[in-house]
Design a protein around this ligand. Structure first.
Ligand code: PLP
Length: 373
């Protein structure tokens, strides 16, 4: 009998939790428009507002500041659009859902470099903002999707404030993996996505700090307090709420995941002494390892592991499923060949130690085969 596949690709999508799937199914059966004033409509509205409370609690925000969107990508597009003509200053290691709209909205947007360990170059940010003669909006993610490196957002915000800049933070990968406190981070805008925290795909949120001027990205209805028109994705939003509440409880498991991650990395490097871990010197998410096996292309590793029943990603697997050179690893100074031989292993709520054992065995076997070839 073929063993069940091992899933170690939580940063791509965290499989939905059973309680979330049940909540989604229940919400689908409500069958009413949350804007309707009758009883079924009011029930739908209540379900949405309960979810808003749950999502706000995950990041210690005010429920009224949460705008539901179709996911992290829309939240990032909306956030950058909220700059209202400000110069966009974005880190070079952002996800494409920040980099692409930044170039579209502001063709003169400025990229801030990263250091070799994977964190933003804060001195470069300070110098960029000092040299900028127009008001700006800075966008830096809380944790990187490829390396798991956690960015010093509170420090980014402090620097940005001294130059009068607004701050957006893409917290899509950090949510549910590390504690997030909106006020402590001192950002104006924060993006979230449900499917990264074991909720349904196609729903997310932009959290907008009270008092921040915000113009709707799409119009045509008064939903979300006029900030995002269109009938709400009731079932998706309810699932997001339940996922957020459960994710908050999962934060208790962070130390266990850090233990697994560190042991995993020691075993990988013991099996392949020429291997290295990207971002190992920086604070990182408890669940993410980006490892490089020199001379073996990322795609080949992903395929070999898949054949062995283990699902991981090439560091830079993008939405089309093709593997492009990783701009993140490139920004950290990795050569094209080093970046092209990295894979990302990411654990989550249903992972077990035995999954990691299988991965290490399969990866070490591939390394042995390559050495022998
Ligand atoms: N931001 C980061 C850091 C991500 O990793 C992703 C998804 O991979 C997104 C944004 C996009 O989120 P969504 O898939 O919900 O559009």
């Amino acid at each position: 009998m073929t063993p069940a596949p091992i899933y170690l690709d939580y940063n791509a999508t965290a499989p939905i939790k059973p309680a979330v799937a049940e909540a989604v199914a229940d919400a689908l059966r409500i069958g009413a428009n949350p804007s309707s004033v009758h009883r079924p409509g009011r029930r739908a509205r209540q379900a949405i507002e309960a979810a808003r409370d749950q999502v706000a609690a995950l990041v210690a925000a005010r429920p009224a500041d949460v705008i539901f969107t179709s996911g992290g990508t829309e939240a990032n597009n909306l956030a950058l659009g909220a700059g209202g003509g400000r110069r966009l200053v974005v880190s070079a290691i952002e996800h494409d859902s920040v980099l692409a709209p930044a170039s579209r909205i502001d063709p003169d947007r400025i990229l801030v470099p990263a250091l070799a360990e994977g964190t933003l170059d804060l001195a470069a940010l300070d110098a960029t903002l000092a040299a900028c003669d127009t008001p700006s909006l800075v966008s830096v993610m809380l944790a990187n999707n490829e390396t798991g490196v956690i960015q010093p957002i509170a420090e980014v915000a402090r620097i940005a404030r001294t130059h009068g800049a607004l701050v957006h933070c893409d917290a899509v990968q950090a949510a549910g993996k590390i504690m997030i406190d909106l006020a402590g981070l001192d950002v104006d805008l924060l993006s979230l996505s449900a499917h990264k925290i074991a909720g349904p795909a196609g729903v997310g949120a932009l959290v907008v700090r009270a008092g921040m001027p915000f113009a709707a990205g799409q119009t045509g209805g008064g939903q979300e307090l006029g900030r995002r028109a269109g009938t709400e994705n009731l079932a998706g939003i309810v699932g997001f709420g339940v996922a957020a509440e459960l994710a908050e409880r999962d934060l208790d498991r962070a130390d266990e995941l850090v233990g697994w991650r560190d042991r995993l990395e020691r075993r990988l490097v013991a099996a392949a002494p020429d291997a290295s871990i990207f971002g190992a010197a920086a604070p990182r998410l408890p669940n993410t390892t980006c490892v490089m096996m020199p001379g073996v292309a990322s795609e080949l590793q992903v395929i070999a592991l898949d054949l062995a029943g283990v699902a991981v990603s090439a560091g830079a697997a993008c939405s089309s499923g093709k593997v492009a050179a990783s701009h993140v690893l490139g920004a950290m100074g990795a050569s094209a060949s080093a970046a092209g031989s990295a894979i990302r292993i990411s654990t989550g709520w249903a992972s077990r130690q035995a999954d990691i054992d299988r991965l290490v065995e399969a990866w070490a076997a591939l390394h042995m085969r390559k050495k022998a070839a």
